[in-house]
Design a protein around this ligand. Structure first.
Ligand code: FEO
Length: 396
Protein backbone atom coordinates (compact mmCIF):
# COMPACT_ATOMS: atom_id res chain seq x y z
CA UNK A 1 0.00 0.00 0.00
CA UNK A 2 1.30 3.43 -0.98
CA UNK A 3 -0.08 6.68 0.51
CA UNK A 4 0.13 10.03 -1.26
CA UNK A 5 1.10 12.67 1.33
CA UNK A 6 0.97 15.55 -1.13
CA UNK A 7 1.06 15.70 -4.91
CA UNK A 8 4.14 13.74 -6.04
CA UNK A 9 5.21 12.82 -2.50
CA UNK A 10 4.43 9.27 -1.37
CA UNK A 11 4.82 7.12 1.72
CA UNK A 12 6.24 3.84 0.37
CA UNK A 13 7.11 2.30 3.74
CA UNK A 14 6.04 -0.81 5.58
CA UNK A 15 3.78 -1.52 8.56
CA UNK A 16 5.26 -4.19 10.84
CA UNK A 17 2.29 -5.37 12.89
CA UNK A 18 4.22 -8.31 14.37
CA UNK A 19 7.19 -6.46 15.87
CA UNK A 20 7.32 -6.99 19.63
CA UNK A 21 11.00 -6.30 20.35
CA UNK A 22 13.23 -3.65 18.79
CA UNK A 23 16.99 -3.00 18.97
CA UNK A 24 17.37 -6.78 19.25
CA UNK A 25 15.50 -7.39 22.49
CA UNK A 26 16.20 -4.03 24.12
CA UNK A 27 12.91 -2.19 23.52
CA UNK A 28 9.40 -3.59 23.74
CA UNK A 29 7.03 -2.61 20.93
CA UNK A 30 3.60 -3.82 22.08
CA UNK A 31 1.89 -2.13 19.14
CA UNK A 32 4.36 -3.04 16.40
CA UNK A 33 5.98 -0.31 14.32
CA UNK A 34 6.33 1.13 10.86
CA UNK A 35 9.43 1.83 8.79
CA UNK A 36 8.61 4.97 6.85
CA UNK A 37 10.22 5.62 3.51
CA UNK A 38 9.27 8.58 1.32
CA UNK A 39 9.36 8.82 -2.46
CA UNK A 40 9.51 12.27 -4.08
CA UNK A 41 8.70 12.52 -7.78
CA UNK A 42 10.29 15.77 -8.99
CA UNK A 43 12.62 16.20 -11.97
CA UNK A 44 14.84 13.97 -9.88
CA UNK A 45 13.40 10.86 -8.24
CA UNK A 46 14.28 10.89 -4.56
CA UNK A 47 13.88 8.25 -1.86
CA UNK A 48 14.19 9.45 1.73
CA UNK A 49 15.21 6.54 3.99
CA UNK A 50 14.50 2.89 3.32
CA UNK A 51 13.08 0.08 5.47
CA UNK A 52 14.47 -2.78 7.56
CA UNK A 53 15.96 -5.48 5.30
CA UNK A 54 13.35 -8.22 6.00
CA UNK A 55 10.82 -5.92 4.29
CA UNK A 56 13.00 -4.77 1.39
CA UNK A 57 11.00 -6.53 -1.30
CA UNK A 58 7.83 -4.87 -0.08
CA UNK A 59 9.58 -1.51 -0.36
CA UNK A 60 10.61 -2.29 -3.94
CA UNK A 61 7.05 -3.32 -4.79
CA UNK A 62 5.71 -0.09 -3.27
CA UNK A 63 8.17 2.02 -5.25
CA UNK A 64 7.27 0.08 -8.40
CA UNK A 65 3.66 1.16 -7.91
CA UNK A 66 4.85 4.71 -8.66
CA UNK A 67 8.09 4.44 -10.63
CA UNK A 68 10.73 1.96 -11.78
CA UNK A 69 13.22 1.73 -8.83
CA UNK A 70 16.00 1.96 -11.43
CA UNK A 71 14.95 5.58 -12.01
CA UNK A 72 15.86 6.69 -8.46
CA UNK A 73 18.44 9.48 -8.68
CA UNK A 74 18.96 10.31 -5.02
CA UNK A 75 18.61 8.35 -1.80
CA UNK A 76 18.75 10.33 1.42
CA UNK A 77 19.99 8.17 4.29
CA UNK A 78 19.15 10.34 7.31
CA UNK A 79 20.52 7.76 9.78
CA UNK A 80 22.44 4.49 9.52
CA UNK A 81 20.54 2.33 11.98
CA UNK A 82 19.41 -0.63 9.94
CA UNK A 83 15.68 -0.19 10.43
CA UNK A 84 16.12 2.73 7.99
CA UNK A 85 19.18 1.85 5.95
CA UNK A 86 18.63 -1.91 5.72
CA UNK A 87 17.29 -1.88 2.16
CA UNK A 88 20.05 0.34 0.78
CA UNK A 89 22.03 -2.57 -0.74
CA UNK A 90 18.97 -3.77 -2.69
CA UNK A 91 17.96 -0.26 -3.78
CA UNK A 92 21.53 0.35 -4.94
CA UNK A 93 21.38 -2.84 -7.02
CA UNK A 94 18.39 -1.37 -8.82
CA UNK A 95 19.85 2.15 -9.07
CA UNK A 96 23.65 1.73 -8.91
CA UNK A 97 24.36 5.27 -10.06
CA UNK A 98 22.13 6.96 -7.49
CA UNK A 99 23.68 9.50 -5.16
CA UNK A 100 23.45 8.59 -1.48
CA UNK A 101 23.10 11.76 0.59
CA UNK A 102 24.29 11.43 4.17
CA UNK A 103 25.37 13.68 7.04
CA UNK A 104 29.09 14.11 7.69
CA UNK A 105 28.89 11.40 10.37
CA UNK A 106 26.68 9.30 8.13
CA UNK A 107 29.55 8.97 5.73
CA UNK A 108 31.28 6.94 8.40
CA UNK A 109 28.30 5.00 9.75
CA UNK A 110 26.69 4.01 6.44
CA UNK A 111 30.03 2.87 5.03
CA UNK A 112 30.70 1.09 8.33
CA UNK A 113 27.49 -0.89 7.99
CA UNK A 114 27.62 -1.81 4.31
CA UNK A 115 31.29 -1.51 3.21
CA UNK A 116 30.22 -0.37 -0.24
CA UNK A 117 31.83 2.34 -2.41
CA UNK A 118 28.52 3.98 -3.25
CA UNK A 119 28.35 7.47 -4.71
CA UNK A 120 28.09 9.38 -1.42
CA UNK A 121 27.43 13.07 -0.96
CA UNK A 122 27.90 14.33 2.60
CA UNK A 123 25.91 17.41 3.59
CA UNK A 124 25.85 19.71 6.59
CA UNK A 125 23.24 21.96 8.17
CA UNK A 126 21.89 24.51 5.72
CA UNK A 127 23.04 22.67 2.59
CA UNK A 128 20.41 22.22 -0.06
CA UNK A 129 20.10 20.13 -3.18
CA UNK A 130 17.87 21.12 -6.07
CA UNK A 131 15.70 18.27 -7.32
CA UNK A 132 13.73 20.22 -9.96
CA UNK A 133 10.87 22.40 -8.82
CA UNK A 134 11.81 21.97 -5.16
CA UNK A 135 14.87 21.66 -2.97
CA UNK A 136 15.96 19.33 -0.22
CA UNK A 137 17.37 21.23 2.75
CA UNK A 138 19.36 19.39 5.39
CA UNK A 139 19.72 19.92 9.14
CA UNK A 140 22.21 17.79 11.03
CA UNK A 141 20.67 16.53 14.28
CA UNK A 142 23.51 14.84 16.14
CA UNK A 143 22.37 12.70 19.08
CA UNK A 144 18.74 12.84 18.05
CA UNK A 145 19.47 10.10 18.52
CA UNK A 146 22.79 9.06 16.93
CA UNK A 147 25.73 11.26 15.94
CA UNK A 148 24.79 10.71 12.28
CA UNK A 149 21.10 11.63 12.58
CA UNK A 150 19.84 14.23 10.12
CA UNK A 151 16.56 15.95 9.22
CA UNK A 152 15.55 16.52 5.59
CA UNK A 153 13.14 19.30 4.61
CA UNK A 154 11.34 19.43 1.28
CA UNK A 155 10.65 22.98 0.08
CA UNK A 156 7.52 23.65 -1.93
CA UNK A 157 5.71 20.89 -0.02
CA UNK A 158 6.79 22.10 3.46
CA UNK A 159 7.44 18.60 4.70
CA UNK A 160 10.01 17.93 7.43
CA UNK A 161 11.36 14.37 7.48
CA UNK A 162 13.21 14.17 10.82
CA UNK A 163 13.87 10.43 10.82
CA UNK A 164 13.56 9.00 14.37
CA UNK A 165 12.63 12.30 16.05
CA UNK A 166 8.88 12.68 16.65
CA UNK A 167 8.35 8.99 15.85
CA UNK A 168 6.42 6.23 17.57
CA UNK A 169 6.55 2.46 17.44
CA UNK A 170 2.92 2.19 16.43
CA UNK A 171 1.51 0.01 13.65
CA UNK A 172 -1.77 1.43 12.39
CA UNK A 173 -4.22 1.03 9.53
CA UNK A 174 -3.86 4.69 8.59
CA UNK A 175 -0.87 6.97 8.07
CA UNK A 176 -1.91 10.31 9.54
CA UNK A 177 -2.02 11.46 13.15
CA UNK A 178 -5.68 12.47 13.14
CA UNK A 179 -6.79 9.07 11.84
CA UNK A 180 -5.65 7.04 14.85
CA UNK A 181 -6.54 6.64 18.51
CA UNK A 182 -5.02 9.71 20.22
CA UNK A 183 -4.48 8.03 23.58
CA UNK A 184 -2.53 5.18 22.00
CA UNK A 185 -0.59 7.60 19.81
CA UNK A 186 0.62 9.64 22.75
CA UNK A 187 1.33 6.53 24.86
CA UNK A 188 3.67 5.37 22.12
CA UNK A 189 5.17 8.83 21.49
CA UNK A 190 6.06 9.33 25.15
CA UNK A 191 7.40 5.78 25.50
CA UNK A 192 9.62 6.41 22.48
CA UNK A 193 10.86 9.70 23.93
CA UNK A 194 11.47 8.27 27.42
CA UNK A 195 13.35 5.21 26.25
CA UNK A 196 15.32 6.65 23.32
CA UNK A 197 15.61 10.42 23.51
CA UNK A 198 15.62 11.17 27.22
CA UNK A 199 19.44 11.26 27.57
CA UNK A 200 19.52 14.07 25.01
CA UNK A 201 16.97 16.46 26.52
CA UNK A 202 19.23 19.50 26.26
CA UNK A 203 20.03 18.73 22.64
CA UNK A 204 16.32 18.23 21.88
CA UNK A 205 15.53 21.71 23.23
CA UNK A 206 18.43 23.30 21.34
CA UNK A 207 17.67 21.54 18.06
CA UNK A 208 14.00 22.50 18.18
CA UNK A 209 14.96 26.14 18.75
CA UNK A 210 17.46 25.95 15.88
CA UNK A 211 14.93 24.45 13.46
CA UNK A 212 12.25 26.96 14.47
CA UNK A 213 14.74 29.81 13.97
CA UNK A 214 15.16 28.72 10.35
CA UNK A 215 11.56 29.86 9.81
CA UNK A 216 10.78 26.93 7.59
CA UNK A 217 7.08 26.55 6.96
CA UNK A 218 6.20 23.13 8.34
CA UNK A 219 2.97 21.74 7.03
CA UNK A 220 3.77 18.11 7.75
CA UNK A 221 6.23 16.24 9.97
CA UNK A 222 6.95 12.83 8.51
CA UNK A 223 9.10 10.77 10.91
CA UNK A 224 10.60 7.38 10.16
CA UNK A 225 8.32 5.45 12.57
CA UNK A 226 4.61 5.65 13.20
CA UNK A 227 2.11 8.18 11.97
CA UNK A 228 2.74 11.36 10.01
CA UNK A 229 1.84 14.58 11.79
CA UNK A 230 -0.25 16.52 9.26
CA UNK A 231 -3.05 17.83 11.46
CA UNK A 232 -1.55 20.53 13.71
CA UNK A 233 1.93 19.08 13.04
CA UNK A 234 3.68 21.28 15.58
CA UNK A 235 1.75 19.66 18.43
CA UNK A 236 4.44 16.99 18.70
CA UNK A 237 7.18 19.65 18.67
CA UNK A 238 5.44 21.39 21.57
CA UNK A 239 5.23 18.05 23.39
CA UNK A 240 8.95 17.41 22.84
CA UNK A 241 9.76 20.86 24.24
CA UNK A 242 7.66 20.04 27.29
CA UNK A 243 9.18 16.54 27.75
CA UNK A 244 12.71 17.90 27.33
CA UNK A 245 12.16 20.20 30.29
CA UNK A 246 11.78 17.15 32.59
CA UNK A 247 8.99 18.52 34.75
CA UNK A 248 7.64 15.38 36.36
CA UNK A 249 4.24 14.76 37.94
CA UNK A 250 3.89 14.94 41.71
CA UNK A 251 3.84 11.15 41.96
CA UNK A 252 6.10 8.18 42.66
CA UNK A 253 7.12 4.87 41.11
CA UNK A 254 8.07 2.00 43.39
CA UNK A 255 10.21 -0.69 41.77
CA UNK A 256 11.22 -3.86 43.55
CA UNK A 257 11.93 -7.55 43.30
CA UNK A 258 11.33 -10.08 46.03
CA UNK A 259 12.28 -13.65 46.89
CA UNK A 260 9.83 -14.58 49.63
CA UNK A 261 7.44 -11.62 49.52
CA UNK A 262 9.09 -9.64 52.33
CA UNK A 263 10.31 -6.83 50.04
CA UNK A 264 6.91 -6.84 48.30
CA UNK A 265 5.21 -6.17 51.65
CA UNK A 266 7.66 -3.32 52.23
CA UNK A 267 6.90 -1.88 48.76
CA UNK A 268 3.19 -1.87 49.52
CA UNK A 269 3.74 -0.23 52.91
CA UNK A 270 5.83 2.51 51.23
CA UNK A 271 2.89 3.05 48.88
CA UNK A 272 0.50 3.35 51.83
CA UNK A 273 2.70 6.11 53.23
CA UNK A 274 2.62 7.98 49.92
CA UNK A 275 -1.14 7.61 49.57
CA UNK A 276 -1.72 8.82 53.13
CA UNK A 277 -0.20 12.11 51.95
CA UNK A 278 -2.31 12.12 48.77
CA UNK A 279 0.60 11.26 46.49
CA UNK A 280 -0.30 8.92 43.64
CA UNK A 281 2.07 6.05 42.92
CA UNK A 282 2.57 2.91 40.83
CA UNK A 283 4.30 -0.28 41.92
CA UNK A 284 6.27 -2.53 39.57
CA UNK A 285 7.71 -5.95 40.34
CA UNK A 286 10.67 -5.66 38.01
CA UNK A 287 11.08 -9.42 37.61
CA UNK A 288 7.75 -9.72 35.82
CA UNK A 289 7.15 -6.23 34.38
CA UNK A 290 8.12 -4.76 31.04
CA UNK A 291 11.29 -2.74 31.54
CA UNK A 292 10.49 -0.11 28.92
CA UNK A 293 7.00 0.46 30.34
CA UNK A 294 8.58 1.03 33.76
CA UNK A 295 11.02 3.52 32.18
CA UNK A 296 8.07 5.41 30.70
CA UNK A 297 6.42 5.67 34.11
CA UNK A 298 9.71 6.74 35.71
CA UNK A 299 10.03 9.41 33.02
CA UNK A 300 6.68 10.89 34.08
CA UNK A 301 7.17 10.72 37.84
CA UNK A 302 9.10 12.68 40.46
CA UNK A 303 10.20 9.94 42.87
CA UNK A 304 11.80 6.55 42.28
CA UNK A 305 11.72 4.30 45.31
CA UNK A 306 13.61 1.05 44.78
CA UNK A 307 13.68 -2.12 46.86
CA UNK A 308 15.57 -5.38 46.74
CA UNK A 309 16.50 -8.12 49.15
CA UNK A 310 20.23 -8.45 49.66
CA UNK A 311 21.35 -11.34 47.43
CA UNK A 312 24.95 -12.55 47.20
CA UNK A 313 25.94 -9.32 48.98
CA UNK A 314 24.30 -7.31 46.20
CA UNK A 315 20.88 -6.87 44.62
CA UNK A 316 18.69 -9.44 42.95
CA UNK A 317 20.05 -9.64 39.37
CA UNK A 318 16.59 -8.84 38.00
CA UNK A 319 17.01 -5.31 39.40
CA UNK A 320 20.06 -4.60 37.29
CA UNK A 321 18.52 -3.77 33.87
CA UNK A 322 16.39 -1.00 35.33
CA UNK A 323 19.29 0.24 37.45
CA UNK A 324 21.33 0.47 34.25
CA UNK A 325 18.51 2.48 32.65
CA UNK A 326 18.56 4.91 35.58
CA UNK A 327 22.24 5.47 34.78
CA UNK A 328 22.09 5.57 31.00
CA UNK A 329 18.89 7.55 30.50
CA UNK A 330 20.19 10.45 32.63
CA UNK A 331 16.92 11.48 34.23
CA UNK A 332 16.89 14.87 35.88
CA UNK A 333 14.59 16.48 38.48
CA UNK A 334 14.05 13.17 40.28
CA UNK A 335 14.35 12.14 43.91
CA UNK A 336 14.80 8.64 45.33
CA UNK A 337 14.83 6.29 48.30
CA UNK A 338 15.55 2.60 49.01
CA UNK A 339 14.29 -0.33 51.05
CA UNK A 340 14.67 -4.10 51.23
CA UNK A 341 14.94 -7.23 53.33
CA UNK A 342 18.09 -9.10 54.24
CA UNK A 343 19.07 -12.23 56.06
CA UNK A 344 22.77 -11.99 56.78
CA UNK A 345 24.98 -9.19 55.44
CA UNK A 346 22.39 -6.58 54.34
CA UNK A 347 24.22 -4.51 51.70
CA UNK A 348 21.23 -4.14 49.32
CA UNK A 349 19.74 -0.85 50.54
CA UNK A 350 23.14 0.88 50.62
CA UNK A 351 23.92 -0.32 47.11
CA UNK A 352 20.67 1.14 45.79
CA UNK A 353 21.29 4.43 47.59
CA UNK A 354 24.84 4.67 46.18
CA UNK A 355 23.53 3.93 42.71
CA UNK A 356 20.79 6.56 42.92
CA UNK A 357 23.37 9.10 44.07
CA UNK A 358 25.67 8.21 41.15
CA UNK A 359 22.68 8.67 38.83
CA UNK A 360 22.23 12.20 40.28
CA UNK A 361 18.96 11.16 41.92
CA UNK A 362 19.20 12.54 45.46
CA UNK A 363 18.17 10.15 48.25
CA UNK A 364 15.62 12.03 50.35
CA UNK A 365 14.72 9.50 53.05
CA UNK A 366 16.70 7.13 55.22
CA UNK A 367 16.57 3.64 53.70
CA UNK A 368 14.61 0.93 55.48
CA UNK A 369 16.18 -2.49 56.01
CA UNK A 370 14.16 -5.37 57.43
CA UNK A 371 15.86 -8.53 58.70
CA UNK A 372 14.19 -11.71 57.46
CA UNK A 373 10.48 -11.00 57.08
CA UNK A 374 9.46 -7.43 57.91
CA UNK A 375 7.80 -7.00 61.31
CA UNK A 376 5.02 -4.50 62.03
CA UNK A 377 7.53 -1.83 63.06
CA UNK A 378 9.54 -2.37 59.83
CA UNK A 379 6.38 -1.80 57.82
CA UNK A 380 5.66 1.31 59.89
CA UNK A 381 9.15 2.56 58.94
CA UNK A 382 8.28 1.92 55.29
CA UNK A 383 5.10 3.96 55.68
CA UNK A 384 7.19 6.73 57.23
CA UNK A 385 9.61 6.50 54.30
CA UNK A 386 6.64 6.92 51.95
CA UNK A 387 5.46 9.98 53.93
CA UNK A 388 8.94 11.52 53.90
CA UNK A 389 9.22 11.05 50.14
CA UNK A 390 5.71 12.51 49.73
CA UNK A 391 6.83 15.59 51.64
CA UNK A 392 9.91 15.95 49.43
CA UNK A 393 7.74 15.61 46.32
CA UNK A 394 5.42 18.37 47.50
CA UNK A 395 8.23 20.72 48.45
CA UNK A 396 10.29 20.15 45.29
FE1 FEO B 1 17.61 4.95 15.28
FE2 FEO B 1 14.60 4.01 13.93
O1 FEO B 1 16.44 3.90 14.25
Amino acid sequence: MVTELKKDVYWVGVVDWALRQFHGHELSTHRGSTYNSYLIMDEKVVLVDTVWAPFQNQLIDNIRGIVDPGKIDIIVANHAETDHSGSLPLIMKHAPNATVIVSQKGLESIEGHYHEPWNFKAVKTGDSVNIGKNNLVFVEAPMLHWPDSMFTYLTGKDILMPNDAFGQHYATAFRFNDQVNQEELYEEAIKYYANILNPFNLLVSRKIKEVLSLNLAVDMIAPSHGVIWHNDPLQIVTKYQEWAEQKPDQSAVIIYDTMWEGTRKMAEAVGQGLASENIDYKVFHVGISDRNDIVTEIFKTKAIIAGSPTFNQGLLPTMMPIMEDLRGLKFTNKIGAAFGTYGWSGEGVGIIEDHLTKCKIPVVAEGVKAKWQPRADDLDKCRELGKTVAGAIKSA
